[in-house]
Design a protein around this ligand. Structure first.
Ligand code: ADP
Ligand code: MG
Length: 681
């Protein structure tokens, strides 16, 4: 089944629908030349032939060969496929950045012919033919259109990452193929949709294609050869305790000693990126004369669109770009000009603990990367010439890394996925997954949905459950939102949920000015705890924005040690949530003013599994789990003793800490028979 690409040279892009004036510009011609130079261009014809012949095609190709940007355009330019082309991405930055690039390559404004759709943000129009979207968004779309009829082609990109959502998409596509193309399933073949067949393309950057091919009844596998130059790899001789410090020193060694070429640093997460960015800036400003400038570009999942673009701008003369990225730059986004890679060997990984907390919870842990990631990371240095990769770990450490990551379906919370599948009439247990989910997580997800009243005793989806799934929120948060309608406090609750959904922490780190920060924070304090304090911040921010305008609120955020980005992001999310509420006929202006009880009652409705009661020794015992927790020192309630608390999350360090805490009355809990029933036992 395997075949290599032929050598057939392509002459120009065969556009059939040339339309805009934009297309005569020099920039546009330059982009077309770049397209033709990509390794994948040589294989275009054999690719198109295979796709035309088969329902499913697997494309394997080295990062940067042109899979993600070119394959959808080739298909569009064929002119023979109907419907839209979906290209799924595990991460939102990749989806938006790729859509921007491909729009430019098509010479059309973003959101017209080429668009994107990610959680809390969308740029599409009725004429959109190529849509980059997160796999989570594609699952959402299945809730309204279970056969994905609007798409003629679905491309599942970055399949090697095996995220939970990718696995759900793959399993669903297998079923949709049977129903829309019908060949294999005689019973459902008759009639329905046969006129609208579906093509599926699975793209991956690593070599384990066999598994995908077998999953789709031995689909053909095509290989795209990349343009990879050799990379010299260096390991440290001893292990490094402080990878940020090691990265900082390594960067300046490269910068001072080595010839031009940009540097890409792989870091676990946004907080590390921000902290390294500030130390780099500090040192870069003190460089002696004659050493070139440093241009620092952060790159992580929730980075605003405008800032992403910076990574792709040409490096100014006599300066060196330093890109600080999470594993998003491993395979999803290829950045030209990189000659040096610094690899901390760390990543953030979502882990689900089904057992520890009783209710089960997800947490982001900084973990060692896998061998496969390490190899991808070093490969990023060899795109434009001989490259260098500096691994901030020993060769022994490399040798003892796991070969590749465990699929996420076996290590993350399934609650939200379970609910979404219920809405599209699927049962997680019955889905044809490539790897079976962990049974403990299945049990935990079912229990949570049952407690929320999203499913009934016989596991059937309830009307309430169906409403929960309408929101791009965890079911627990959606339940809080819907409860706020009954308690007439949607306005307050939407603000709180928007802040909880924002990817950045609300208060900025202030270890150097602890006292000033504490004093500033004290202004937002509320006796009920952290949720209302968050609301106080948001309210103050809304007010300052009106009274002082854009320039004023920046200073306000700084003075108050409040993270402006968190508020900006929360503002966008709030707008989105209001839009969804409007669509459902929910009044988002219901306000409880300054009365906290309605808000606490609403919060409790979703956080039923995150309730704990005070113990005589001042710690708190979970109502629904076995653990004893303490209140995190960052909480406004850290030094208080409240008979009962609810919390957003648990953090594991030396103790189990509850973070994002509010005090509730024990009497509220009696309103929830399921909870009290369990407590008795
Ligand atoms: P693959 O999917 O095979 O890894 P891509 O199609 O993503 O490859 O990338 C092909 C080329 O397009 C790369 O050389 C990359 O540098 C370029 N590219 C992709 N996105 C952008 C962008 N937003 N801006 C500039 N160049 C981009
Ligand atoms: Mg790609």
């Amino acid at each position: 089944k395997r075949q290599r690409f032929g050598e057939s040279q392509l002459t120009g892009t065969q556009d059939k629908k040339v339309s805009t004036a934009n297309r005569d510009s020099k920039d546009f011609r330059c982009l077309q030349e770049q397209r033709e130079q990509l390794p994948i261009a040589r294989g275009r014809e054999s690719l198109m032939r295979s796709i035309a012949l088969h329902d499913v095609t697997i494309i394997l190709g080295e990062t940067g060969s042109g899979k993600t940007t070119q394959v959808p355009q080739y298909l569009l330019e064929e002119g023979s496929y109907h419907g839209q082309i979906a290209v799924t991405q595990p991460r939102r930055v990749a989806a938006t950045s790729l859509a921007t690039r491909v729009s430019a390559e098509q010479g059309q404004p973003l959101g017209t012919l080429v668009g994107y759709s990610v959680r809390f943000d969308e740029r599409v129009s009725p004429g959109t033919r190529i849509k980059y979207l997160t796999d989570g968004m594609l699952i959402r779309e299945m809730m309204n259109d279970s056969l994905l009829t609007r798409y003629g082609i679905v491309i599942v990109d970055e399949a090697h990452e095996r995220t939970l959502r990718t696995d759900i998409v793959l399993a669903s596509l297998k079923q949709i193929l049977a129903r829309r193309n019908g060949r294999r399933d005689e019973r459902t073949a008759k009639g329905k949709g046969k006129a609208n067949p579906l093509k599926v393309i699975v793209m991956s950057a690593t070599m384990d294609a066999e598994k995908f091919s077998n999953f789709f009844e031995k689909a053909p596998v095509l290989y795209v050869k990349g343009r990879q130059h050799p990379v010299s790899i260096f390991h440290t001789s001893t292990s490094q305790n402080d990878y940020l410090d090691a990265a900082l020193r390594t960067f300046f060694q490269i910068h001072v000693d080595r010839p031009p070429g940009d540097v890409l640093v792989f870091l676990p997460g946004q907080d590390d990126i921000e902290s390294l960015e500030s130390s780099l800036r500090l040192y870069a400003s003190q460089l002696p004369h004659g050493v070139s400038d440093v241009v620092i570009c952060p790159l992580y999942a929730s980075l605003p669109n405008a800032q992403q673009a910076k990574v792709f701008l040409p490096t100014p003369p006599s300066s060196r770009k330093c890109i600080l990225a999470t594993n998003i730059a491993e395979t999803s986004i290829t950045i030209p000009g990189v000659r040096y890679v610094i690899d901390t060997g760390k990543q953030k990984e979502k882990r689900h603990f089904a057992r520890i907390a009783g209710s089960g919870f997800d947490t982001l842990l900084t973990t060692d990367i896998t061998k496969s990631s390490a190899v991808q990371r070093s490969g990023r240095a060899g795109r434009d010439g001989h490259g260098y990769c500096f691994r901030l770990y020993t060769e022994d450490a490399f040798n003892s890394m796991a070969v590749s990551a465990e699929p996420e379906v076996q290590r993350s919370s399934l609650t939200s996925a379970f609910l979404q599948l219920k809405v599209i009439g699927q049962d997680l247990d019955a889905m044809p997954f490539m790897d079976r989910p962990d049974q403990e997580s299945v049990g935990s997800a079912l229990r949570t949905l049952w407690l929320l009243d999203a499913i009934d005793n016989s596991r059937h989806l309830t009307d309430f459950g169906r409403s929960l799934a309408m929101f791009p929120l965890e079911p627990q948060y959606a339940a809080i939102l819907l409860a706020s309608v009954n308690h007439s406090c949607t306005s307050e609750v939407i603000s709180i949920l928007a802040l909880l959904s924002s990817s950045a922490p609300l208060f900025t780190d202030s270890s150097s000015q602890r006292d000033a920060a504490n004093e500033a924070r004290a202004k937002f304090r509320h006796p009920s705890g952290d949720h209302w304090a968050m609301l106080n911040v948001f309210r103050a921010y809304d007010e300052v924005r009106v009274t002082e305008g854009k320039s004023g609120y920046k200073g306000w955020c700084k003075r108050n040690f409040v993270n402006q980005r968190a508020l900006r992001e929360a503002g966008d999310i709030r707008t989105q949530l209001r839009g969804i509420c409007d669509g459902m006929g929910i009044d988002c202006n219901l306000s409880c003013g300054n009365e906290e009880v309605p808000v606490l009652r609403s919060l409790l409705r979703g956080l039923l599994q995150q309730v704990a009661f005070l113990q005589p020794d001042g710690s708190y015992k979970q109502v629904m789990g076995p653990s004893v927790v303490k209140i995190h020192p960052s909480s406004f309630l850290a030094d208080k003793r409240s008979p009962a608390i609810i919390y957003n999350e648990l953090v594991y360090t030396t103790n189990i800490y509850a973070r994002g805490v509010s005090a509730v009355y024990k009497s509220f809990i009696s309103e929830f028979p399921k909870l009290t029933g369990i407590r008795v036992s």
